[in-house]
Design a protein around this ligand. Sequence first.
Ligand SMILES: Cc1cc2nc3c(=O)[nH]c(=O)nc-3n(C[C@H](O)[C@H](O)[C@H](O)COP(=O)(O)OP(=O)(O)OC[C@H]3O[C@@H](n4cnc5c(N)ncnc54)[C@H](O)[C@@H]3O)c2cc1C
Length: 394
Amino acid sequence: MTDAAELRRRTQELLAAHPPADTGRADFLRARFDAGLAWVHFPEGLGGLGAPRSLQAVVDAELQTAGAPDNDPRRIGIGLGMAAPTILQYGTEEQKRRFLRPLWTGEEVWCQLFSEPGAGSDLAALGTRAVREDSGDWVVDGQKVWTSSAHLARWAILIARTDPEVPKHRGITYFVCDMTDPGVEVRPLRQITGEAEFNEVFLTGVRIPDAHRLGEVGDGWRVAQTTLNNERVAIGGMRLPREGGMIGPVSKTWRERPGLRTHDLHQRLLKLWVEAEVARLAGERLRQQLVAGQPGPEGAGMKLGFARLNQEISGLEVELRGEEGLLYDDWTMRRPELVDFTGRDAGYRYLRSKGNSIEGGTSEVLLNIVAERVLGLPAEPRTDKDVAWKDLAR
Ligand SMILES: Cc1cc2nc3c(=O)[nH]c(=O)nc-3n(C[C@H](O)[C@H](O)[C@H](O)COP(=O)(O)OP(=O)(O)OC[C@H]3O[C@@H](n4cnc5c(N)ncnc54)[C@H](O)[C@@H]3O)c2cc1C
């Protein structure tokens, strides 16, 4: 079993062979992956050493002290947080070897082609069609929407309907889609912040080799659950230092500018500070549970809490700053490479946090998941679960 001491030794070996000061960023990250120090809980040969997931912090701390570059996880969150665990669980050996290394180093960005104009919360109703050709390969036609980072992505995780004759959850298959295929058209969609982080994506006669199918034909809904459960943890369970999230900038302003303080704001700030700390510690606990296996519905609870807190804290920040808090006035269309809450002004944080209760599953839908799968309350009536997808009203 690889323990902390062994990981420290291997990390020092990596640093000695590839001193960060004299090694290019991409070369260092590739060497780190090959040394099994990328995500230590992954198998050997795939960037890991089969070590306990909790020991990743040991490697990260050693590398940070040595000034080594990281893989900029905020830029490649969909690949790291969602595509990688799905490929690891359902991919063939060939797929794992082809995709995981450039995914982790950030040389290939990933996006998620799940939501459609008529299928968001009710994702299983999706209508993008994948039709199999005699050769065994697939041709995909349809439209996806709200696709974050599609304009930067080399690959996408895609779910498409392969059998319209069976009920909606059963006729879906999961693919890896090449975003450079000539049939992929990406158009920007602007958000309330003025930025276009996400896109509509039109798929017209996109060809996908059968070797890029993840999991069995018709089993895509089950494969997608791995992605969605990991997505909620990736959004709601980020590792943060104390005051590392949205509460940080508000606390800083509070400390530095006593003139802005009122009794009411004081009470509200204290309450939110405590809630942010509770959420941070609950996130730590969730990550410890992950050591024992795949995330389950508890990730939905984390993501729910994260969305509500971000919205309340960013609202308080705007109030605290008064007129100055309303000064966000840059609605020029921009295509950000990453979503960075902390490096931006209060107005941006307030506007961007509105999306937190929609992305990765709306808060209402996550409440349903917590009610049914955590609390064991009666399920919502589902009248369409035995009806063939082609016969559903759309
Ligand atoms: C910033 C951002 C980034 C995103 N990035 C991606 C991405 O990269 N890839 C991707 O595939 N998707 C992405 N999405 C899409 C996101 O997953 C969907 O917007 C979300 O699942 C909701 O779907 P919808 O927008 O179609 O809303 P709808 O499903 O139409 O919901 C409308 C309203 O009805 C409520 N509602 C629906 N069903 C129920 C129910 N059963 N019970 C109670 N209330 C219900 C919802 O809570 C919501 O308030 C992103 C969204 C945002 C905001």
